[in-house]
Design a protein around this ligand. Structure first.
Ligand SMILES: [Zn+2]
Length: 481
């Protein structure tokens, strides 16, 4: 028996460990080091830890925090700005929008995204970021995760400069990373990164033991570009980026096959989207043990399609869920993402057996942790793992009666039902209040950024077309600790 006041027991009517059956009147005992000591019946945990503080979450579901496998915190102020553009137009217009923020404004945008993550129950985030604003924002909010530094460049005459810039940013980010974050690399996509640069980044990642994330097989435009060297990305997009003088080659293969032949697919690689993948591509993903970040709402809203989730899962590919950025999916609500995912796949396949609520919760937590290689530390409530947990309030009438907590979470809940978010035993959000963060000030500042952004884009103040000389490198420098 442990007698100490440094232990906290969180109690709720339901506890979902995810990797184990549900406990009714359950609890999670958290040690002073922020790790889980025990999960089980609340009365037993209270009896076993008589000096412990008790946090009773009442008619709530206690579960591991969500693992958001793909986000762009820096784009949070772009929410709703291009709501009805199809993917090609969306990404071309986003070039102007992205070029319009100052480094400080990117930081404000990322901070808004970070507090949204904490209040919506996300405890681990895999964010892609150019300048590291996301690292500062997420770290200071208390989240856990990984920031993948974005890399762009199709002009191999600039290769040396680009790699020098990658190394400089990597060293800055690693020096600035809080204890809860590590740094990865994100070659943006097959249509924005040359094969030589892709390979060099991949080699660098392997040499340094870094994880890699990349947008792959997201749109028909990308497919046409890689296969035929033509289409909107070969013309309109490259012109917008100032890349029109570079030769576009038709490779005659799918984006997955294209990456496979350059030898960049490996177990530390997360392929985001994978909407346009063939059966052969899925075999390749499994054979190379590549993980997939599934972003169902973003793909649907941009008209890209629906990734073949059941095929990926059936093949045994590691899959997590990502919200993508608010520029495409508007809100960072993992409940919404789970629900959209289940409904889309059931509707598209005309089959209710393709996905159930419990599978959705697993993908949004432990599945995401597995995709990111973090399953030993987070993703489920198990002794020894970090106490990254959330309480979802199901006391309101629309939840009654709760027979199955998985059903309540996936079919009924949304981010507003999160009443507690804890990372490593530290409370980040409780009953509508962000701990240690002035959320109102962040929100007000972000609204101001958005108003200026509208003016700049409308007035044509934004200069574009110098993609590899620093245009969207307007993200802020990474602050040194
Ligand atoms: Zn993305």
């Amino acid at each position: 028996m442990t007698i100490t006041s440094d232990i906290t027991v969180y109690r709720a009517d339901w506890v979902l460990p995810v990797a184990a059956p549900v406990w009714l009147d359950g609890g999670v005992a958290v040690g002073p080091d922020g790790r889980i000591l025990a999960v089980g019946p609340a009365p037993r945990l209270v009896a076993d830890h008589p000096g412990a503080a008790l946090v009773d979450c009442g008619r709530s579901i206690l579960m591991p925090g969500f693992v958001n496998c793909h986000s762009h915190l820096e784009y949070t102020t772009f929410r709703g700005i291009l709501d009805d553009a199809e993917f090609g137009d969306w990404i071309i217009n986003l070039v102007d929008v992205k070029a319009s923020l100052t480094p400080e404004e990117y930081l404000v945008s990322a901070r808004l995204g970070a507090i949204e993550a904490a209040s919506s129950g996300v405890t681990t985030i895999a964010d892609t970021s150019y300048g590291g604003a996301a690292l500062e924002a997420a770290g200071s909010t208390g989240l856990r995760g990984r920031v993948y530094l974005e890399v762009f460049g199709v002009d191999d005459t600039r290769f040396d400069d680009t790699m020098a810039d990658v190394l400089r940013r990597l060293e800055e980010a690693q020096a600035a990373a809080p204890a809860t974050f590590d740094i990865g690399l994100a070659p943006h996509a097959p249509y924005t990164v040359s094969s030589r640069l892709y390979q060099a980044v991949s080699t660098l990642a392997r040499e340094r033991g870094l994880k890699v994330m990349s947008h792959v097989a997201e749109s028909e435009h990308e497919l046409t570009y890689i296969r035929s060297g033509s289409g909107k990305f070969a013309h309109d997009y490259r012109e917008k980026m100032g890349w029109e003088r570079m030769l576009v080659q038709p490779y005659g293969v799918t984006p997955i096959k294209y990456l496979q032949q350059w030898g960049v697919l490996h177990p530390d690689f997360v392929a985001v989207h994978c909407v346009n993948v063939t059966r052969d591509d899925i075999h390749t993903l499994r054979a190379k043990d590549v993980a997939v970040a599934h972003c169902p709402k973003s793909n649907a809203k941009l008209g890209c399609g629906i990734a073949p989730l059941s095929g990926l899962l059936h093949e045994g590919v590691r899959v997590g869920i990502g919200t993508d950025s608010p520029a495409s999916s508007n809100i960072m609500d993992m409940f919404d993402e789970m629900r959209a995912m289940l409904l889309l796949h059931r509707a598209a396949e005309r089959d209710v057996t393709v996905l159930d609520a419990q599978a959705c919760v697993r993908l949004a937590t432990l599945g995401g942790a597995e995709a990111l290689g973090m399953e030993a530390e987070v993703g489920s409530l198990e002794p020894g793992k970090w106490a990254d947990l959330i309480a979802v309030d199901v006391s309101r009438p629309q939840f009654a009666p709760v027979d199955d907590p998985y059903s309540a979470l996936v079919y009924g809940a949304n981010q507003n039902d999160v009443r507690l978010t804890v990372v490593g035993g530290r409370e980040l959000f409780r009953d509508g209040v962000h701990v240690g963060v002035d959320a109102d000030a962040v929100r007000a500042r972000a609204v101001g950024v958005r108003e200026k952004l509208h003016d700049r884009v409308r007035l044509g103040v934004v200069e574009v077309g110098a993609a590899e000389s620093g245009w969207w490198h307007a993200s802020p420098p990474i602050p040194r600790r």
